[in-house]
Design a protein around this ligand. Structure first.
Ligand code: NAP
Length: 258
């Protein structure tokens, strides 16, 4: 069991998911939370046996590893007011902050960036990205799901766009569930049906060693309902618009979340 002290700066939605995932398997590391949003910090501290620090600097002073889940737009400014020390590891989940920017702010601590879906990480099944590689970060992220370590900064930054894809997939499910419900399918059946379908199909994509083109060919009967659905979506520009939406998110993250 690790003796390290873990700090979390920015105690909002993601921090709740992180705490739940980090505590999986009964892990007992000392965890120190930043105090802003007192009610939320206190509730999470009680639920996950963590402490609430008096201020942000007290989190840094008490911890070996600091997870940063501050707001993407203001996080860099908030970190700039804090003093880090050599030997500390800072892991930022903030969208749009590059590892170079982070290192400049937190030096002499080491700086690493991640991206993750959030909610699935609380269940220990959400993938996360890590750049650059670091054993401490890898161990912590490994408690939250599979970890993909990047050596190439450009590929890492492009992969981070999956955070938006992940969130959008919930909205996609929400819309499809609502459509089934509107046709009279009971709400619980509609919800399970959509989730089970995507879960099963995702497992095919994840585990079957076959090119995606060939999987698609195998599941779509010529002239059948899959092609009808895909053609209708394509005719509305719905499929092409995914690329455009991801391009736009990528561009915004590169600009630093203005
Ligand atoms: N939500 C996710 O699933 C998810 C997934 C991947 C990455 N992320 C990234 O994680 C970050 C946080 O996202 P979130 O959804 O958790 O946002 P959130 O719920 O708004 O949480 C951010 C927290 O930071 C606090 N905060 C603001 N200013 C602060 C300061 N000066 N000192 C200390 N704490 C401060 C906020 O407190 P107040 O409420 O008092 O302002 C809030 O509790 C973002 O950068 C986002 O890109 C989120």
């Amino acid at each position: 069991m690790s003796e390290r002290v873990i700090g979390i700066l920015g105690v909002g939605h993601l921090a709740g998911f992180l705490l739940e995932g980090l505590r999986s398997g009964g892990r007992q590391d000392r965890v120190v939370l930043s105090p802003r949003g007192k009610a939320k910090a206190a509730a999470l501290a009680e639920r996950f046996a963590a402490e609430v620090a008096p201020d942000n600097q007290a989190v840094i002073d008490a911890c070996d590893v600091i997870l940063v889940s501050l707001p993407a737009a203001s996080g860099r400014g908030i970190l700039s007011d804090l003093k880090f020390r050599a030997g500390q590891t800072v892991l930022s989940a903030m969208a749009g902050t590059s590892s170079e920017e982070l290192l400049e702010i937190v030096t002499p601590a080491s700086a690493h960036c991640t991206m993750m879906p959030g909610y699935a990480n609380a269940l220990g099944i959400g993938p996360s990205l890590l750049y650059p590689a670091n054993e401490v970060c890898e161990e912590l992220l490994g408690r939250l799901g599979p970890v993909h370590i990047f050596e190439d900064k450009g590929a890492f930054e492009a992969a981070c766009v999956f955070g938006a894809f992940s969130g959008a997939s919930f909205v996609f499910m929400q819309r499809i569930v609502a459509w089934f419900e509107a046709q009279g399918v009971p709400a619980d059946v509609a919800r399970n049906l959509v989730a089970e379908t995507l879960r099963g199909n995702a497992e095919v994509v994840r585990t079957i060693d076959q090119p995606l083109d060939s999987i698609v060919e195998g599941i779509a009967t010529a002239g059948g309902i899959t092609w009808q659905c895909v053609d209708a979506l394509d005719g509305e520009g719905a499929l092409a618009s995914w690329s455009g939406a991801l391009d736009a998110v990528n561009a915004r993250m590169k600009r630093g979340m203005d």
